[in-house]
Ligand binder design. Structure first.
Ligand SMILES: C[S@@+](CC[C@H](N)C(=O)[O-])C[C@H]1O[C@@H](n2cnc3c(N)ncnc32)[C@H](O)[C@@H]1O
Length: 483
């Protein structure tokens, strides 16, 4: 059977998902080269060049004359799934990995994308109606195949997209940045000297807030450190002034938060094989020593946390006592912006799902099941502006079966919909009060009397209409003409 590989390359007007994911993850540096291996019609290369990146690409069908050269970042975007011979597929991955000095991005289409596709089975995939070959993968299957082929464990960036880092320190840096962070608001007492130098002290303030420890020489950058020294005599004196104008209790809370973040990171770092201390980025290693004394102590505590999140009884009790999120009989639902405020056990639970699936960029609601080891990433595109947003997609990660599944509601005439949006948010979220007011009004109007009816769009709209109400923005009002 003739396979039309060249026909797999589509014309792109936007960056491809793997490239935009890497961009959002801060992994593309304009000073570093990018090579697009199997670049198709070269749209990613062109867009990257327009954005100021040194990008080039090769494709055996569309751009064969370019020499394949090593680069800091190599992208192998949706190439492996169009190759029908498993040996050539593996050779292609190995060749791309050989060229990657710092990072290889590998992407392939996932099984759920094949649902509506009509084709004929061929080798380990299928021939589509366009005459192209497609091998669809399960998320975990793709990860295992990459590791077996090149001998390095990839990190899930997103469903269908993996990163393979050359240097373990870069891999750890990436993992550490994935832990959600939260810092309480700080009150600064009026103080003349502080006010006069507020801007100069801002980087020092930000560092202490992020790391929960003062910086070591060199960590703030030479020019900032020199100026702080000129004005205050030393970095420590600058730091002392910051402490003088703020409350000790604030910094205690910052330490508690940073300790939790580090534990969550160390717990989740187990998945790639626990890194040695020397494989940690220096600032991170310093944070761990400052807050735990030794890396070993942090590892012991982190392992306890990991063990706890695998215990259904602990997950249930922790979820039930969470101050954040909406409780239902089978799950705890949290808005993405509030994840960092969840108890550490639940953050590790969610982190285990993310280690498998990567980041689901469009998801703004996370459902932590307490009935089975399962986390769902739900996307409500209109959450911010719609008082009762409807569900568009759900990506469900099952931690026992190690599966990642997709379900779309976009075409449903009666999708699930949300009420009481404030319950999903963090305690000091600026829109809590607005959402609470609407909930109170809807309650007073008797609109929640039949909960089983209002959970989906049609039931909710009918309830509103029958009661003579409408929702405008985040306000409930009587419909024109109703009593
Ligand atoms: C689905 S397209 C993806 C193109 C591009 N990376 C993108 O994301 O738009 C697959 C591409 O893989 C190329 N290809 C096929 N066999 C290849 C191989 N052995 N090595 C590199 N590229 C190959 C095809 O020519 C085609 O352009």
């Amino acid at each position: 059977m003739e396979v039309a590989r060249h026909r797999t390359a589509m014309t792109r007007s936007d960056l491809s998902r793997p490239i935009s994911t890497a961009l959002v993850d801060g992994l593309l540096d304009p000073a570093q080269s990018i090579f697009d291996y199997g670049c198709g019609r070269g749209d990613d290369v062109r867009s990257l060049r327009d954005l100021g990146y040194a990008a080039d690409g090769w494709d055996p069908n569309h751009n064969p004359e370019v020499t394949r050269t090593p680069a800091e970042v190599v992208n192998l975007g949706y190439v492996v799934n169009v190759i029908e011979h498993p040996t050539e597929r593996a050779d292609t991955l190995r060749s791309a990995w050989k060229l990657a000095r710092r990072l290889l991005i590998v992407s392939a289409r996932l099984t759920w994308e094949a649902r509506d596709l009509i084709g004929v089975p061929h080798a380990d995939g299928m021939i589509t109606r366009a005459g192209t070959f497609q091998r669809f993968y399960d998320q975990n299957e793709l990860a295992i195949w990459i590791e077996d082929t090149i001998g390095v464990r990839p990190l899930a960036a997103a469903p269908g997209i993996f990163y393979v880092f050359r240097d373990p320190v870069d891999a750890q840096q990436f993992l550490a940045t994935r832990v959600y962070t939260y810092r309480p608001r700080v009150h600064v007492d009026p103080h003349q000297t502080y006010e006069a130098h507020r801007e100069l002290l801002a980087p020092l303030f930000a560092f202490v807030t992020e790391h929960a420890r003062p910086p070591r020489p060199g960590e703030l950058g030479d020019s900032t450190e020199d100026t702080v020294r000129q004005v205050f005599g030393s970095l420590s004196r600058g730091h002392r002034l910051i402490r003088q104008v703020t409350d000790d209790a604030h910094w205690d809370r910052v330490s508690v938060q940073r300790r939790a973040e580090l534990l969550i990171y160390v717990a989740l770092s187990r998945f790639g094989g626990r890194p040695r201390l020397g494989e940690l980025p220096t600032p991170l290693a310093r944070d761990i020593r400052a807050l735990f004394g030794t890396y070993r102590k942090a590892c012991t505590q982190a392992d306890r946390l990991l063990l706890a999140c695998g215990d259904p009884a602990i997950v249930l009790v922790t979820a039930r006592s969470s101050k954040i999120g909406k409780q239902t009989p089978s799950a705890l639902y949290v808005h993405r912006s509030a994840l960092a405020e969840l108890p550490p056990v639940l953050q590790v639970y969610e982190g285990c799902a993310r280690a498998l699936a990567g980041t689901v960029v469009q998801a703004n609601m996370i459902k932590l099941s307490v009935a089975q080891p399962q986390v769902s990433y739900l996307s409500y595109p209109s959450f911010d502006h719609d008082a009762h947003p409807t569900l568009d997609t759900a990506i469900t990660v099952n931690l026992r079966r190690l599966t990642v599944e997709h379900r779309g509601y976009g075409r449903s005439a009666n999708p699930p919909l949300l009420h009481r949006k404030e319950e999903f948010l963090g305690l000091d979220h600026p829109r809590r009060a607005l959402y609470e007011r609407l909930t109170r009004a809807e309650q007073r109007a008797g609109l929640y009397r039949a909960p089983e009816r209002i959970g989906t769009l049609v039931g909710w709209l009918t309830t509103l209409e029958e009661s003579g109400y409408e929702v405008r923005g985040h306000r409930l009002q009587r419909m024109a003409g109703s009593l």
